[in-house]
Each structure stands twice: as structure tokens, then as C-alpha cells.
Design a binder for this molecule. Structure first.
Ligand code: SF4
Length: 402
């Protein structure tokens, strides 16, 4: 069945089934496998907005399809995905190999159709991508691109001038041109992470696996929403930091989402898949007014789903007290990255181990069902001995606060 747009998600390494891979460690509790088969929620929101405006569209999670079946034939499948535009996410850099290889395959199979890249890495490297990759026609640079994607579909279908497509980077007369970003007084208005459309689309296109957000979603589903775009902090390694976001993707960072909209998305998860929901963004850092409004919205809508929440700094008593009043089941996670506070502050996080431990204890006191704590390797100043110290610290942390 033909569609106006197909959002295609590649595995991090395109030919992972044929080459011996030494995968780097990622947390066991992260739903995605090392092939990073989880597509960005922006796919769901852009698809939703395209459908709202009368376009047709689908998601093709190639990574899940390839992981599910060793004999899955990518080229045969893509021949059956007939669209005017193929949108490929290159958000974080691990997807470089997969994204470019899938673009080449699509262009070979559908030479007259357009391939557009999007995501933070694509936005940052847009000119370089277009200069070196004939298989990529456009990059939609920036964040919150629902309206811009619809403008692009419209322009491609009408074969009209691309100058009117905000945020678009493209080739014109042998040059690479970057259109100005959309001047939008309400940039989050068109964003809606609507899981209902995944269910409907799976049936419409007879493609359940192609729409799955990640490999184990059927057995271990989790919905997702986010409270902000960009971030309050400036961790040195982060392409989505406050500095990176406002200098490369949008002019405001963090850009807060309407709490009613967030609650509405959680309600859709309840009605559609009735699963836990991961809320991206630090609710505590959003401030008391914001999080209290959101919690009230959640309670007033009768939502009792477990909420998985992330924190960029350890929250205190007031926050957990309020959270537990409104939300019956919640879990927490935080990434101190290193148990060595000097290394941690070098990455841009300025809290102590005792503040972390106190927060874990407080969360438990108020009913948090678990508190996941993430550590990383490859940090500035970090040596092998520091990583080994982390494992000792983790054992102590679990023994005394687990
Ligand atoms: S807290 Fe997370 S999102 Fe924010 S800058 Fe640090 S790593 Fe990036």
C-alpha cells in the first residue's frame, strides 16, 4: 500500500547479522538492544501530525524486523514499502553505519523517491551529509519538525519550490542551502505522541513488527512521553545539552511542554497499551508548579499506570513527598556516571555521593519501587582503576541502599 511518508529506522550496524560484533555495554534495564532498535518518539509524533493533516504514512522499524528473523530480507521488504519520501533518523551517532546503508538501499530500490534525514546528528552535520551522500536528498534540521515534515511532503508531491520548507537543508544548483527555521510561537503545539496510531497502522499496513518501538515491546511494553525538549544542564559529552540544543536545534532550551498534553499522552498509553510510561526529562528540575500541575492532571484523569522517571540531579524530600501523593506507582533512575565525584563534575554533574544516596533513601521512603543508577565508561579523567572503584561502590550502594 502506497504512503506519502515512510519513517524508516535502521539498526546501528546495518550488516550486524553477518559480521562478528563486539558490542559495547549498555544497561540491562534499557529496553533497546545494542543494535539500538528503538526508534525516536518523534517518529510517532510526526506520523500522527501527518495523518491529522490528511497524509498517509507508516513506520518501518527495520532494526526490529532484522533482529526478529535471521532470514528477514531487507531489500524485499523495502520494495514493498512504497512511499514518496523515506524519513531516516540519524539522531545519535551509533546509527551512522545503519542509517547511511539503509539510505543507499532505499535509493537503489526507489531511485525516483526522496530520502530525508533527521535527528540531532543529522542536523549538526547536515551540510557534510549532503556533500558526501548522494543517497540523501534532504536533511530536516532541528527539533520539533512535525509541521516542517508536512510542508516537505507537500512540496515534494507538488514538485514545488523547496525554499518554502522551513528547516530544510538541500542541494540547489550545485550548492547546499539551509532554509531558515520555522518561526513558531508555539513549537510544541503539533507534537503528540499518540500510541493509538501504531496500533491502527500495524493493521492498516499488515506490519506489526515494522511499527514496534523496540524488539521486546510485545512482551515488555513501555510508553513514553517527555516534559521538555533540550535540557537545563550542560554535560560536556551531550549533544542534547542546554548549549547544544539552543545553538543547533531550537532557540529555547529547555522548551517545556504543556503538562496537560503530557498527561493526555499518558492517558492514551493507558487506553491503548496499558503499560508503564517513561517520562523523559527531570520533573523535579521543571519546578514545583510544573510538576504539581502535571501530577494533578494525571490524578484527575484517573491514571494509575506505573511511571518511570529520570533525574539529572538527586531530588529531595519535598519532591518525592508530592510525587507520592498523586502517583501510586513510580520508579526512578539517575546517571551519576562515576562514583568519583571529580570525574562526575568533569562531565557536568555537580552532586555528591551522599546527596545521591540520600535521594535514593528518600525515594524509597515515599514508595519508589526501584531506583536504577547508571554508570558509564569512557569518561574524561576516568582510568581503569576508577571503573573498578565504581563496581566496588555499586556493591556498597546496593548493600546499604538497595
Ligand atoms: S542531563 Fe542528560 S540530557 Fe541534560 S545535558 Fe546532561 S546528559 Fe544531556
Amino acid at each position: 500500500m502506497k504512503s506519502d511518508i515512510a519513517f524508516v529506522h535502521a539498526p546501528s550496524i546495518y550488516d550486524f547479522r553477518r559480521r562478528p560484533l563486539k558490542e559495547g555495554p549498555i544497561g540491562d534495564v534499557v529496553p533497546s538492544t545494542p543494535l539500538f532498535e528503538m526508534y525516536p518518539v518523534g517518529f510517532v509524533s510526526m506520523l500522527n501530525h501527518a495523518l491529522e493533516e490528511g497524509f498517509s504514512g507508516r513506520i518501518s522499524n527495520l532494526a526490529v524486523l532484522m533482529l526478529s528473523d535471521d532470514t528477514f530480507d531487507v531489500e524485499r521488504y523495502l520494495k514493498g514499502v512504497d512511499a514518496d519520501i523515506y524519513g531516516i533518523d540519524l539522531h545519535w551517532l551509533p546509527h551512522v553505519h545503519g542509517a547511511f546503508n539503509v539510505a543507499k538501499v532505499i535509493k537503489r530500490i526507489h531511485p525516483d523517491k526522496k530520502v530525508v534525514f533527521g535527528g540531532f546528528s543529522s542536523s549538526y552535520f547536515a551540510e557534510e551529509i549532503l556533500a558526501a551522500n548522494e543517497a540523501v536528498d534532504y536533511v530536516l534540521a532541528g527539533d520539533l519538525l512535525e509541521k516542517q515534515m508536512n510542508s516537505l511532503i507537500d512540496a515534494v508531491q507538488r514538485e514545488s519550490n523547496l525554499e518554502g520548507v522551513p528547516n530544510l537543508v538541500y542541494r540547489r544548483n550545485g550548492r547546499i542551502v539551509r532554509n531558515p527555521p520555522l518561526k513558531d510561537p508555539d513549537p510544541t503545539a503539533a507534537e503528540f505522541i499518540n500510541y493509538q496510531i501504531l496500533v491502527k497502522n500495524s493493521i492498516k499496513y499488515h506490519d506489526v513488527k515494522g511499527h514496534l518501538p523496540y524488539y521486546s515491546w510485545i512482551t515488555n511494553p513501555t510508553g513514553m512521553t517527555l516534559v521538555q525538549h533540550g535540557c537545563q544542564l550542560n554535560c560536556g559529552f551531550c549533544g542534547g545539552s542546554n548549549f547544544a540544543y539552543k545553538n543547533h536545534y531550537n532557540y529555547i532550551s529547555p522548551l517545556r511542554r504543556d503538562p496537560s498534553r503530557v498527561a493526555e499522552e499518558i492517558e492514551v498509553v493507558k487506553e491503548t497499551i496499558n503499560s508503564p510510561v517513561f517520562i523523559a526529562g527531570d520533573l523535579n528540575l521543571m519546578g514545583e508548579k510544573y510538576y504539581t500541575t502535571l501530577f494533578e492532571e494525571i490524578k484527575n484523569r484517573g491514571i494509575d499506570l506505573p511511571l518511570l522517571t529520570e533525574y539529572f540531579a538527586p531530588p529531595g524530600e519535598d519532591y518525592f513527598h508530592t510525587f507520592s501523593k498523586y502517583v501510586p506507582q513510580f520508579m526512578c533512575e539517575i546517571s551519576p556516571d562515576s562514583s568519583n565525584q571529580k570525574i562526575r563534575s568533569e562531565t557536568g554533574r555537580y552532586y555528591s555521593n551522599s546527596e545521591l544516596e540520600k535521594s535514593i533513601d528518600t525515594a524509597r521512603k515515599y514508595g519508589s519501587r526501584k531506583f536504577d543508577v547508571y554508570f558509564s565508561i569512557g569518561l574524561p579523567l576516568q582510568r581503569k582503576s576508577d571503573v573498578l572503584d565504581d563496581t566496588d561502590y555499586l556493591e556498597k550502594l546496593i548493600a546499604s541502599h538497595g
